[in-house]
Design a protein around this ligand. Structure first.
Ligand code: 5GP
Ligand code: ZN
Length: 115
């Protein structure tokens, strides 16, 4: 998708603070971090969201999860981290190129508050 923001970032047409890159994936720091460490991992292949993924993408998605953990460690998150994938308008997704948020380094509260 030539006009997709994250495709442009992966191609280097829009600058970003790169965390990692190989033939299939690109990782970069979020422009508006919610914690001391907040980066995103994207496939170079454009998929609007996780809802567009199917069995053909299983290996790629598995690789991304394993990589998310490795990169989190390399970014200093040995004590743990949060991974978030927002999917579709109903999931609060704002940029429609599949991405995994990796977040940590601060006081990460429980994601769902129960009273
Ligand atoms: P979503 O809400 O779609 O899961 O997350 C989109 C994320 O992309 C947001 O956390 C937002 O801060 C980040 N973002 C939006 N535009 C840019 C940009 O141009 N550069 C970078 N590095 N992050 C961006
Ligand atoms: Zn894209």
């Amino acid at each position: 998708m030539s006009d997709c923001l994250f495709c442009k970032i992966a191609r280097g047409e829009i600058p970003s603070r790169k965390v990692y890159e190989d033939d299939e994936v690109f990782a970069f720091h979020d422009i508006n971090p919610v914690a001391p460490v907040h980066f995103m991992l994207i496939p170079k292949l454009h998929l609007d969201s996780l809802a567009q993924a199917d069995e053909a993408h299983s290996a790629l998605l598995g690789k991304m999860l394993v990589l998310a953990s490795r990169l989190a460690c390399e970014q200093g998150l040995e004590n743990g981290f949060r991974t978030v994938i927002n999917t579709g308008k109903g999931g609060g997704q704002e940029v429609f190129h599949l991405h995994i948020h990796v977040i940590g380094g601060g006081n990460i509260p429980p994601m769902v508050k129960r009273s």
